[in-house]
Design a protein around this ligand. Structure first.
Ligand code: NI
Length: 144
């Protein structure tokens, strides 16, 4: 539900505002200064809400691993089967002869998602791993 728009005044150094306007312009003509500031506010709020272990979050876990490492694929599978409630979807890409890229769409309580990411990314043989998530509590559901 969109809430009413409120105007407020912010004092910033001229150079910073110029830089911000240039940055905003690079995002395209559909983004004006107000929209750009709103996006930053939402991003910051959603980012910090993730720190609350009970916050509902959505995001992705990305990992690259060598499927030739003995037992690794099985171990990663085992963790995923134990966390079906948090894993919404999985994409597996065979990158080359050795490497697999896996991207998991995840959703759940922040603590559970971080635990899942730690289990997967901490598994020996995972070469690259990253969890990216944001809280859904205010920023997304508010719809403004
Ligand atoms: Ni593969």
């Amino acid at each position: 539900m969109a809430s009413e728009l409120v105007r407020f005044t912010v004092a910033v150094p001229e150079g910073l505002l110029e830089e911000f306007d240039e940055f905003t312009a690079r995002r395209g003509s559909h983004v004006n200064r107000s929209e750009a500031v709103r996006d930053l506010m939402r991003e910051q709020i959603a980012e910090h809400e993730v720190d609350d272990p009970d916050a509902e979050v959505v995001g992705s876990i990305t990992m690259v691993y060598d499927h030739h490492v003995v037992g690794l694929s099985g171990a990663l599978d085992e963790v995923q089967h134990d966390h079906m409630g948090q894993i919404v979807s999985t994409m597996h890409v065979h990158l080359d002869h050795h490497n697999c890229l896996e991207v998991l769409a995840v959703r759940g309580k922040s603590a559970a998602i971080h635990e899942l990411a730690d289990l997967l990314l901490g598994t020996k043989g995972v070469r690259y791993g990253r969890l990216s998530c944001m809280a859904t509590t205010s920023a997304i559901e508010a719809g403004h």
